[in-house]
Design a binder for this molecule. Structure first.
Ligand code: NDP
Length: 457
């Protein structure tokens, strides 16, 4: 008789948990996946997918305006917000179905409920105790909202993707990925957008030129940026919300959205009692094999707060399953992970910022090009972009590549391969450009710009 009910119990059917579980199942393990919501997790249900669909949706407004420059005569246009939300939800249903069939086809048992650890090998769900040789925690994260009077009147990205109607005026708090992405979405659909943040510049941690360029472009699009300014309290008014600001003024809005980071979903999971170690932020601490402080308990994805991106969670889940269930030890290299911000215009980035490269290598070569997308030359669209390469001067190796502008995420994905392979600036230079594209700038930048030695924040 088997010592345990299952070989593996996974808590969380998000991108990481599903990848790990279905691979483990495919390798012959007996797997149960416990999920209290629908399968799909943050990325599919409350993040990347619906967000990007709404970025596409909003962009049509810019496209229609640009079309006039090419001779199109477009009459009055209007947007049906409810129709877009409904179409988006239909697509999420489809993706949820795909996740469920991936799990079912791999022989995994999917249990709807909230799982809690009882001990190193036991999980409680729906009042039942289930045992497993190993337990994988893949429960992700959840929006963090600071303790501000009136915060309960506000929304987070979760609700912003589900609004019954578009707010005519929205205040967004924060200046990270989510805040700038949603500022762009609501601005494109025609809302008046005010973004409040405590830093003096958006996107802390990104290259300074990227931050400045995106700030300028968002401002041109009419987004009101309020650096060094936060809500002190929020109150209900007859027709919406009033935000009392730290600078003494007020802003009236229909919605106030907090995008002030995300916290690991570790509360009330029985983790402390079971002896699983967490850091000060409540994230599970793991080794290179994603093993927690307990030998039988592993954790992947946002709950470990390593790099909180879907492809990283998937890679961590994949590596876990290969290592444990396919006798193929794999660990994830968290260096040079490309990422994108789906702002308008979007950002793509891989490797080090100029400040990080200067701190690490001392002597660096910096190449920067500003550009106006060709598509906009016949239009009144004033949007401009930026491309930037940073190389270690001694070896010539490109250690950072950054772009703001149309298709930046698509372009940086390819550049990321070169950076991961250790390509030098000379390798970039001897690659022919594809003309006319924005991407060709990455292989035609010849003039160095003196490094601006800004300390990393
Ligand atoms: P970020 O960590 O990117 O940004 C958090 C923002 O909240 C920062 O502006 C931060 O300010 C601010 N903040 C934090 N605490 C407070 C506070 N107490 N009061 C006021 N402001 C505060 O988090 P997001 O929520 O935007 O996104 C979470 C993560 O999800 C991202 O880091 C990313 O890993 C992932 N993500 C990825 C996306 C993508 O790949 N395109 C899209 C969306 C999310 P400060 O800068 O001053 O610290």
């Amino acid at each position: 008789m088997a010592a345990y009910d299952y070989d593996l119990i996974t808590l969380g059917a998000g991108s990481g948990g599903v990848r790990a579980s279905r691979l483990a199942g495919g390798f012959g393990a007996k797997v149960a996946v416990i999920e209290e919501d629908r399968a799909g997790g943050t990325c599919v249900l409350r993040g990347c997918v619906p967000k990007k669909l709404m970025v596409y949706g909003g962009h049509f407004a810019h496209d229609v305006a640009d079309a006039a420059g090419y001779g199109w005569q477009v009459g009055d246009i209007s947007h049906d917000w409810a129709a877009m939300i409904a179409a988006k939800n239909t697509e999420l249903d489809r993706l949820h179905g795909i996740y469920m069939s991936l799990l079912n086809n791999a022989g995994c048992t999917v249990i709807n409920g909230r799982g809690r650890l009882i001990d190193a090998h036991t999980v409680e769900v729906n009042g039942q105790h289930l045992t497993a040789e190993r337990i994988l925690i893949a429960v992700g994260g959840w929006p963090f909202v600071p303790d501000v009077p009136g915060a309960e009147l506000c929304i987070t990205s979760n609700e912003a993707l589900e609004l019954g109607q578009r707010p005519a005026r929205i205040v967004i708090v924060g200046s990270g990925f989510i805040a700038v992405e949603f500022a762009g979405i609501f601005n494109a659909f025609g809302s008046e957008v005010h973004q409040l943040y405590r830093a003096d510049q958006i996107l802390r941690g990104f290259d300074e030129d990227v931050r400045e360029t995106l700030n300028a472009e968002m401002t041109k699009k009419g987004i009101h940026l309020h650096p060094g300014c936060l809500p002190e309290r929020i109150e209900k008014t007859v027709d919406g919300l009033r935000v009392h600001l730290s600078n003494g003024s007020t802003l009236d809005a229909d919605q106030v959205m907090y995008a002030t980071g995300r916290a690991p979903n570790t509360a009330d999971l029985g983790l402390e009692a079971a002896g699983v170690s967490m850091n000060a932020k409540g994230a599970l601490t793991v080794d290179q094999w994603s093993k927690t402080s307990l030998d039988s308990v592993y954790a992947i994805g946002d709950v470990t707060d390593r790099i909180n991106l879907t492809p990283v969670a998937i890679a961590e889940g994949h590596a876990f399953a290969e290592t444990i269930y396919n006798h193929n030890p794999m660990s994830v290299d968290h260096d040079d992970v490309p990422s994108a911000v789906f702002s308008q215009p979007p950002v793509g980035t891989v490797g080090l910022t100029e400040a990080e490269a200067a701190a690490k290598y001392g002597d660096i070569d910096v190449y920067v090009a500003g550009f106006r997308p060709m598509k906009y030359t016949l239009t009144e669209n004033p949007e401009r972009g930026l491309q930037k390469l940073i190389a270690d001067a001694a070896s010539g190796r490109v250690v950072g590549a950054h772009m703001v502008g149309v298709d930046a995420p698509e372009i940086i994905q390819g550049v990321g391969i070169a950076v991961r392979m250790g390509a030098t600036k000379a390798d970039f230079d001897r690659t022919m450009g594809i003309h006319p594209t924005a991407a060709e700038e990455f292989v035609t930048m010849r003039s160095k710009r003196p490094p601006v030695a800004k300390a990393a924040e």
